[in-house]
Design a protein around this ligand. Structure first.
Ligand SMILES: *[C@@H]1O[C@H](CO)[C@@H](O)[C@H](O)[C@H]1NC(C)=O
Ligand SMILES: *[C@@H]1O[C@H](CO)[C@@H](O)[C@H](O)[C@H]1NC(C)=O
Ligand SMILES: [Zn+2]
Length: 325
């Protein structure tokens, strides 16, 4: 398995400094501390480090009342944009929209869009993955504005992806690849023409094991309106796919928010497993908890860490002089 361990709270504070802020985007990942509203004042923010051993197995069905149900995900009409922060595929309005229900959700949620984060936003037992895709749904019948005002207004499915050399590693995202070259640069106002894609293929067949918790959007204004459902089983993408995706211009070298306080219960579906936490993971959890005080000390080693990460991903090194000052 290709996965690597990073100190996201520390990395994300510095990693974007080598790039100019975009004029097209009103906020940036380089500037997280100044994100407004709930981003700084909220109490249930996302993403978090999911500690599997601490996740509550919901044997009684108190939160996870039924299996997740996916209706109409096989052929979805989407168009793609680069909005300056992410690569995003929007459901074309008026088409038959996929509907999510079950799991921790009460009622139906209509699929709106999915988008990509590299590195992953959620960590699982301290491990971040190269890519995470968020499938965003709003409670059926609510406008986005209404959904953002409700604790259960949105349901977002997170799927993690590792980079693998296996022959079928290109399968999951194969349908997206032809669209990516045309959204390498900011294209907010010129979405690609619509295409029909299979969301089941991107998400993968194994959707019975997941973690779920109450949290927020991970971009400003960070509305605390999201029931998060993070799939347990990571999927695979190819090295070439990761390189193409992560070379898209989203205003910096990465587009993930740093980890937020892990201050509320995370539930796991009965089929999801808890890792046997080795001592390294305990250590990492401790690091997350105390990360602000580590920032100064980490500055010196940061450049090494970033370059190690980039080496693992097959990307070029970065200029250390710009980071360590
Ligand atoms: C959810 O959608 C299904 C299928 O359209 C429908 O049968 C069901 O009544 C809906 N549930 C609610 C709570 O609206
Ligand atoms: C993106 O911008 C770069 C630099 O301005 C340019 O060389 C490239 O052709 C652009 N790509 C697309 C798909 O527009
Ligand atoms: Zn997202």
């Amino acid at each position: 398995m290709f996965a690597f361990i990073v100190l996201p709270v520390i990395l994300s504070s510095f990693i974007d400094l080598t790039h100019q802020a975009r004029t097209s985007a009103a906020w940036s990942y380089a500037d997280e501390p100044s994100w407004p509203g709930a981003c700084s004042s909220g109490a249930q923010q996302s993403p978090i480090n999911i500690v599997t051993a601490a996740a509550v197995a919901d044997h009684g069905g108190a939160v996870i009342r039924a299996p997740l149900q996916f209706r109409g995900y096989g052929a979805v009409d989407v168009s793609a944009v680069n909005n300056g922060h992410t690569l995003k595929w929007n459901a074309v309005p008026g088409g038959p929209a996929p509907t999510l229900s079950g799991g921790p959700l009460q009622g139906n949620y209509t699929f709106l869009q999915f988008h990509l984060h590299w590195l992953s936003e959620h960590a699982v037992d301290g491990i971040k993955y190269p890519l995470e895709i968020h499938f965003v749904h709003a409670r059926t019948g609510l406008s986005i504005e209404e959904a953002l005002q409700k604790r259960d207004g949105l349901a977002v499915i997170g799927v993690l992806y590792k980079v693998e050399k296996s022959p079928d590693s290109g399968h999951a995202l194969e349908e997206l690849m032809p669209m990516i070259p045309s959204i390498m640069n900011f294209t907010e106002n010129e979405p690609t023409s619509a295409d029909i894609i299979d969301l089941n293929r991107i998400m993968g067949a194994d959707r019975s094991s997941f973690f779920t918790y109450q949290g927020s959007l991970t971009t400003p204004g960070c509305s605390e309106a999201v029931q998060w459902i993070v799939m347990e089983t990571p999927r695979a993408i190819s090295d070439a796919q990761f390189k193409l995706i992560s070379s898209a211009d989203v205003g910096g070298q990465a587009n993930y928010r740093s980890l937020q306080p892990n201050n509320r219960p995370v539930y796991r579906s009965v089929s999801a497993s808890a890792a046997l936490a080795p001592s390294l993971l305990t250590l990492l959890s401790a690091l997350y908890a105390t990360s602000p005080s580590l920032v100064a000390a980490a500055k010196k080693t940061l450049c090494g860490l970033v370059n190690l990460k980039k080496k693992l991903l097959g990307l070029g090194g970065i200029n250390c002089e710009k980071l360590v000052g």
